[in-house]
Design a protein around this ligand. Sequence first.
Ligand SMILES: NC(=O)c1ccc[n+]([C@@H]2O[C@H](COP(=O)([O-])OP(=O)(O)OC[C@H]3O[C@@H](n4cnc5c(N)ncnc54)[C@H](OP(=O)(O)O)[C@@H]3O)[C@@H](O)[C@H]2O)c1
Length: 288
Amino acid sequence: MSDVTVVGLGAMGTTIAQLFINQGLRVTLWNRSRDKAEILIKQGANIATTITEALEASPVTIMCVFDYAAATEILQQVNPAATVKHSTLIQMTTGNPEDARKSLAWASAHEMNYLDAAIQAAPSQMGQENTPILLSGDEKVFRATHSLLKILAGNIIYLGGKIDAAATVDAATLSYVYGAMTGFTHGARMVEVAGLDVAQFGKIVKEISPSFGEFFQHEGNVIKSGDFTISESPMRISVIATERILQSSIDAKINTEIPAFIADLFKRADAAGLGDKEAAALIEVIRN
Ligand SMILES: NC(=O)c1ccc[n+]([C@@H]2O[C@H](COP(=O)([O-])OP(=O)(O)OC[C@H]3O[C@@H](n4cnc5c(N)ncnc54)[C@H](OP(=O)(O)O)[C@@H]3O)[C@@H](O)[C@H]2O)c1
C-alpha cells in the first residue's frame, strides 16, 4: 500500500509526485507513457501497470493530466470491480464546472470520495508557502487530505462543498487575467507605435499591479455589498478614461477593437445612469 497515487506525469504531475517523494511518502504512479516514470521509480516510487491497480494502491489518488477528455478516457478503463470504495480522488486536471460535476458523478458511482482542484501556479512554483490551489468538495474529505495537499501548496483556498466552485473561480480568475492580457497588449501597441520602450512599459505595469490588486479586492467587496456609493473610484472617471484610450488609438491609426469594446461598456454604464456610482457598478451592465 502506498500513501498516495499520482496519475499523469506531465510537467505538473511529475512535480506533484516529486514533492511527495521528497517528503518521504510512499508513492504509486501511473502514466500513459511509462518512460516518464523512470526518474521517479529510481527514487523509490512504485509504478502501477493499470489505472485500476493505481487507484487501488493508495487511499488518495491525485490526477493531473492534460484535460478532462484525457481524464475521462483514463477513468473509463477502471475495472468496475475495483476495490476503491471510500478512497479519495482529487482531480487536479484543469476543467470547467460541468467537468467537475461529471467527475463527482463518476467517483460517486464508484463509491469514492471526490475533491475538485484548480492549480493556479506553474510547476516551478509548486510546493511553496504561497502556492495557490483552489479546492472544492466535501469538507470532511478536504480536512482528511489537507496535510497531503499542504505538501503541494501552502495556500490551499477551500471554496466549500459545491463541487464546481474551484473550476468556476478558476475560470473567473482567468477572465481577469485575459482581460488584463488584452488590455496590456493594446497598451504595448500604443507604446511601440509611439516609438517608446515596450519593455519599460511591462516594468511599469508590474510596479502598478499590486495596488490594482488591492483595488479589485475593494471592488469585489463593493459588488458583494450591493452599495455602489462612490468609495474609491467614480464610474465617470472610467467613462472618460476609456473614451480617451479609444480616441488616442484612433489618432495613432492603430487597431481599435479592444478600446472600442471597453469604451462601449462604460458608455452604456453612463447611459444607464451609473456615472455617479462606484466603478464596480459596471456589473449592472454585465448583469443585463
Ligand atoms: N504546466 C502548468 O504550468 C500548469 C499550471 C496550472 C495547471 N496546469 C494543469 O495541469 C494539468 C497537466 O498539465 P501539464 O503541464 O502536466 O501537461 P503536460 O506536460 O502536457 O502533460 C500532459 C499529461 O496528460 C497525459 N495525457 C494527455 N492526453 C492523454 C490521453 N488521451 N490519455 C492518457 N493520458 C494523457 C500525458 O501523458 P503522456 O505522458 O503519455 O503524454 C501527460 O501525463 C493540465 O490540466 C493543466 O491545465 C498546468
